[in-house]
Every structure is written in structure tokens, then in C-alpha cells.
Design a protein around this ligand. Structure first.
Ligand code: PMV
Length: 365
């Protein structure tokens, strides 16, 4: 597969002005993407649960500029919760530059981007996956107006393809409940260019799987994921790690089908710790976990051992802990979280989420 598929032919329609709104979810990786090649190509395949409640809502308003200078810069303003955010502009500018080849109408319009996250901006939850996918979907709605013959499958693939160019993990925030990204020989249609909905058999125990996000550290990350990915170049354990990700995804396929929670827990926790082990063993090395992250992990292990309840954790590139468990253990696990884990959360804050079905268009007001 090549990127040529996403370079559009001349459009059959024109568009003067309008707006589109999309709600796009966050996701949590079970097999982690860490390390990339040029043009946001992942060094290994990954798979994630799409989340339900953690999402970004974006409205994109557009008006055709009067003068059409193709050399002119992109014209846009970004608002977060009604407030103009000039500091978001460089990220959007970089995104627009990367996707211009695939959406050549971008310089012809004046855009207003209004965005809102369902989770607090300062929660330490990365908004790049849901934010980039919501914006990519709005832009694809525009392209679909210009080319009404577009099929849904192409719409989703190209939305994920564009979102990926904004933030790699955003490629997994279009559909749900499980999305794979990165070529893996046993995952149907998997490829490096966009995320694909996982179509293998999935046991009922994974339906409505719960993810309670414990907010341990709500500040800005000390090392950005762009820098972290870069440190996998020349990392002494990189090749073994990439190989392991392929193997873990193969095993997860069987786990999904059989509902083997013991094996699920082993892979998911090992993936989280390996991600952080890669950070701790790169040069320069860094640690994103906090003492409370470790205290929570210890408590989860102790609770699982004494009660047999199949609860486990995963981490993204930060100190927050995602507590994963089947829906039928929800009451017990929430009780455990409240009585034993909330004490380790910043201001006692946590977010109850679960696996979701993917992005939705909505009417803006
Ligand atoms: O999408 P990025 O470039 O911010 O990378 C995120 C990588 C992890 O969240 C750490 C893992 C993953 O697969 O989501």
C-alpha cells in the first residue's frame, strides 16, 4: 500500500463556507507504539482499546478566501473552550503542512477550529490522539462534500491516515472498540499508514471493558513523546523490543478470542512496564512514573493476589495509571479504587471510562 491512495483527484464539487463537528475518542494501547521512522511510520505494530468518555469535540468552520494564492500561508484560529489559543497554532501549522499534499484545498479557506476536551486540560491525559483525530474527521467531512462519491471505508482510512500525521496514536482514535495500527502479519488489513478496526473474534469478557484512569501527576510531561520515540533510534534494546511487540500482538489475538484474562493481564502489564523500561534505558534516560504510580501498581498486585479479581494496570507515557477490569467486576473494583487507590491520586481525582465504539459526527449549535 502507498500514500498515493490518499492524494485526491480534482474535486467534482465546490464549497464556499460551512462547518462540521466531530467527537473523537482517546484510546489506551495494550501493545504499545514506541519508536518511529520518518513520516510517522511506527517501528512496531500496536493495538488499543478505544475509550468512550474521554474525547475531544471539535467544530471546524470554514469560508473560502476571496483571493486564491496557493503560496499563501494556512489561515486558521484555534479556540479551546471558547478561548483563543495562539500557543496551539504551531502544532496545527505543522499538521497542516504535513497533510497539505493530501488535502490541497487547505490553503483556499479561512478556518476557525473550536475544540473542547471532556477531560480537564491539566489532567495529564494526552489530548493529541482525540484532538488530531477530531480535526482530521472534520477535514474529511469537507473533502467528502467536495467528492460526494467517497465511500465510508475510504473516509475512515483517510481520516486515520491524516490523524496519524498529527500524532501517531491518533490513527487509532477513529473507530472502536479495538484498533490495530502497524503492519502485523496475523492482523487482517493491518498496515503502517492507518489504523484498522480489529475484526478477529473477541470474547464477551472484553465487551464494555472498564478503564478507570487514576490521575497521579497532572503537569506537563517532562519529556515529550516525540523526543521519547526519537530515543528508540540506536537504543540498545530496540530490535528486541520491536520483535516482542509483534509476538505480544500474536498472543493477544488468541487471548481476545479465548477470553484468557490471566494471559491478557500478563501481556498488558508487561507492555506498560516495557514502555517505561525503554525510557529508563535510553540515552539520555528518563523516568515518567512517580512514587504514587508504583504504590498503585503494588496495591493492584496485592489486591489481585488476595481476591483473585482480574484487575490490571497499564500506563501511557506519563505517571497516570489506567486500571483495566471486566464489567462484571466493576462494583468490587470501584470499591477497591475508592478505599485503597484514590489516596494516591492528585486531589483524589480519577475518571471512570470504558471501551467505546469510535468517533461520532454531531450537529454544532
Ligand atoms: O502518539 P504519540 O506520538 O503521542 O505516542 C504515544 C505513544 C504511547 O502513548 C506511549 C503508546 C501508544 O501506543 O499509545
Amino acid at each position: 500500500m502507498t500514500v498515493d491512495k490518499f492524494i485526491p483527484k480534482p474535486y467534482s464539487k465546490t464549497l464556499e463556507s460551512g462547518s462540521f463537528s466531530w467527537q473523537a475518542p482517546s484510546n489506551i494501547a495494550l501493545v504499545k507504539y514506541w519508536g518511529k521512522k520518518e513520516h510517522q511510520i511506527p517501528a512496531n505494530p500496536s493495538i488499543s482499546f478505544t475509550l468512550d468518555k474521554c474525547h475531544t469535540e471539535t467544530t471546524l468552520k470554514f469560508t473560502k478566501k476571496e483571493k486564491q494564492h496557493t503560496e499563501e500561508d494556512f489561515s486558521f484560529e484555534v479556540y479551546l473552550d471558547g478561548e483563543l489559543k495562539p500557543d496551539f497554532a504551531p502544532k496545527i501549522e505543522t499538521f497542516f503542512k504535513r497533510i497539505y499534499k493530501y488535502l490541497p484545498f487547505l490553503k483556499e479557506y479561512q478556518f476557525t477550529i473550536k475544540t473542547h476536551n471532556s477531560f480537564p486540560h491539566s489532567s495529564g491525559i494526552a489530548s493529541s490522539a482525540s484532538g488530531m483525530s477530531a480535526l482530521a474527521l472534520c477535514l474529511m467531512s469537507m473533502e467528502r462534500e467536495l467528492n460526494p462519491e467517497m465511500e465510508d471505508e475510504y473516509f475512515n482510512e483517510k481520516s486515520s491516515f491524516l490523524a496519524r500525521l498529527g500524532s501517531g496514536s491518533a490513527s487509532r482514535s477513529i473507530e472502536g472498540p479495538l484498533v490495530a495500527w502497524g503492519t502485523h502479519e496475523e492482523v487482517n488489513k493491518s498496515n503502517n499508514l492507518f489504523g484498522v478496526k480489529y475484526t478477529g473474534h473477541v470474547h464477551d469478557v472484553f465487551k464494555n471493558y472498564q478503564d478507570t484512569i487514576l490521575l497521579v501527576d497532572v503537569g506537563e510531561k517532562k519529556v515529550s513523546s516525540t523526543v521519547g520515540h526519537g530515543l528508540m533510534n540506536g537504543h540498545p534494546f530496540a530490535e528486541n523490543r520491536f520483535h516482542q511487540a509483534h509476538k505480544n500482538l500474536s498472543v493477544l489475538k488468541t487471548v481476545f478470542s479465548e477470553g484468557n484474562l490471566e494471559k491478557f493481564i500478563e501481556i498488558v502489564e508487561s507492555e506498560a512496564l516495557t514502555l517505561h523500561a525503554m525510557m529508563m534505558t535510553s540515552i539520555p534516560y528518563f523516568i515518567l512514573m512517580k512514587p504514587n504510580t508504583l504504590a498503585i501498581i503494588d496495591k493492584i498486585w496485592e489486591y489481585r493476589k488476595t481476591t483473585g479479581v482480574p484487575v490490571c494496570f497499564t500506563l501511557d507515557a506519563g505517571a497516570n495509571v489506567h486500571v483495566l477490569y471486566p464489567e462484571n467486576t466493576k462494583e468490587k473494583v470501584l470499591e477497591f479504587i475508592k478505599s485503597e487507590l484514590v489516596a494516591y491520586c492528585k486531589d483524589g481525582k480519577y475518571i471512570c471510562d470504558q471501551v467505546g465504539e469510535g468517533a461520532k459526527a454531531f450537529e454544532n449549535l
